[in-house]
Design a protein around this ligand. Structure first.
Ligand code: 4G3
Length: 223
């Protein structure tokens, strides 16, 4: 069965090219993944097609109104759907979370805009709020693309076994080791001798050591 993902946003064209490249394109062509766009503006209930309003209590920016967002979600919701809201206030996205989300047959991704979405529709229609990192984007579309890429790598058939193994190593808590390929010398920089030795036990040891050192240096929080 194909994994279905519905993206609810104000900019459906934002997603035109990212899903037409590389692995995601192939997964979609193979029918492993189906990604559809829903324009929240199509569910505006006024003749000016307004979907945002000034916040109650004052302050800067605009807030997406609950009624059009609720209608947009409910237009695609079915038994087995899981609704995710992308926002800086969400639970941090990790590989483990991506693996978990890959189990749902249907994901509905709500992309926030402006200062956010009326809390009441989050309470009534959203299952969880996820953040791709501690920074604010102009809208949630880029965050949705990142989330889909993370999830897709856990959907069987989207990537090969080699890459799958690599993902496992990250989940087991270390950064990856450095990689080298031809030529053997580049502007006076040479490939570490051990990688040319053909000694696979030594190579594995070297890679493990490099991964550990790299992690200690840039991400000690992972250790
Ligand atoms: C809600 C997600 C949405 C509130 C969305 C801004 C960053 C992320 C938005 C809000 C986003 C993230 C839209 N920016 N870190 N922008 O996942 O203040």
């Amino acid at each position: 069965m194909t994994k279905r993902i519905d993206i609810l946003s104000l900019f459906p064209d934002y997603f035109k090219s990212p899903f037409e490249q590389s692995m995601l394109k192939q997964a979609i062509q193979k029918g492993i993944l189906t990604i559809r766009q829903v324009n929240i503006r199509d569910f505006a209930d006024n003749r000016h097609n307004r979907v945002d309003e000034r916040p109650y209590g004052g302050g800067p920016g605009m807030v997406l109104m609950a009624p059009p967002v609720a209608k947009a979600i409910r237009s695609v919701k079915a038994p087995g759907s899981h609704v995710v809201y992308l926002s800086p206030q969400g639970t941090p996205l990790t590989a483990a979370k991506g693996r978990e989300l890959a189990h749902y047959e249907h994901l509905i991704l709500l992309c926030g805009h402006y200062e956010g979405v009326d809390q009441r529709v989050l309470d009534s229609d959203v299952n969880e709020e996820i953040s791709i990192g501690d920074y604010v984007l102009t809208n949630g579309c880029a965050a949705a693309i990142v989330l889909i890429d993370v999830v897709a790598r856990f959907v069987p058939g989207v990537i090969g076994h080699d890459e799958a193994a690599n993902e496992d190593s990250f989940e087991h808590g270390l950064l990856d080791c450095p990689h080298y390929t031809r030529p053997e010398e580049f502007e006076g920089r040479i490939v570490p001798q051990v990688l040319l030795s053909g000694d696979h036990r030594k190579i594995a040891e070297w890679r493990a050591q490099e991964a550990l050192e790299k992690t200690r240096k840039v991400r000690p929080d992972l250790l």
